[in-house]
Design a protein. Structure first.
Length: 178
């Protein structure tokens, strides 16, 4: 589970504001901020890592491993976002407004458990990425594309950690308390 210790200072400050939002407002924030960010930036990140592997992969085999982790992470994120948007979020919206919701999954805890499991897998992938990039520190004398890739990767993972924290600690906690 992602703790506040892994968030950037500005993200920690934002948590207090987000904690005052309703369930529907939290969902809107997650979709408008984090889901759009992932969809917009995942292809950029994949292009950067592909360029790195093409240019330096033979001399730096860890780049191929890094590319594999990044592509696997993104490959898992896209269906994850879709499940949230098509199944979990509509169920939470209905639950929060008292509307009828014909759920095939029983209690709301069941899809939350599934998303939580996927979040743990994401955290493991992020840990592997941190190790392969030496915490996003390009080697001495690295090219601009290397710096650009690691900067984008650091930004992407920071957003992803915040995304997971907001869902796990705010959205899911509030939804389960209804």
């Amino acid at each position: 589970m992602i703790s506040r210790d892994f968030l950037l200072p500005q993200q920690t400050a934002q948590i207090s504001q987000l904690s005052t939002l309703s369930l529907i407002e939290l969902i809107e924030h997650i979709e408008a901020t984090h889901h759009i960010y992932v969809r917009d930036n995942a292809p950029i990140l994949q292009e950067y890592i592909a360029q790195l592997v093409t240019s330096y992969g033979e001399q730096q085999p860890q780049l191929t491993a890094l590319a594999n982790w990044i592509n696997a992470l993104i490959g898992e994120l896209m269906p994850h976002l879709m499940k949230e948007e098509r199944v979990l979020f509509p169920a939470i919206r209905a639950l929060s407004t008292g509307e009828e919701f014909n759920a095939c999954f029983g209690h709301i805890q069941n899809p939350i458990n599934a998303m939580d499991h996927e979040h743990r897998n994401t955290e493991q992938a992020l840990e592997n990425i941190y190790q392969l990039t030496n915490d996003f520190q390009p080697p001495e004398g690295a090219s601009q594309i290397w710096h650009d890739c690691y900067n984008k990767l650091a930004e992407f993972t920071a957003d992803l950690r915040m995304h997971i924290y907001v869902e796990d600690q705010l959205l899911f906690t509030k939804a389960l308390s209804l």
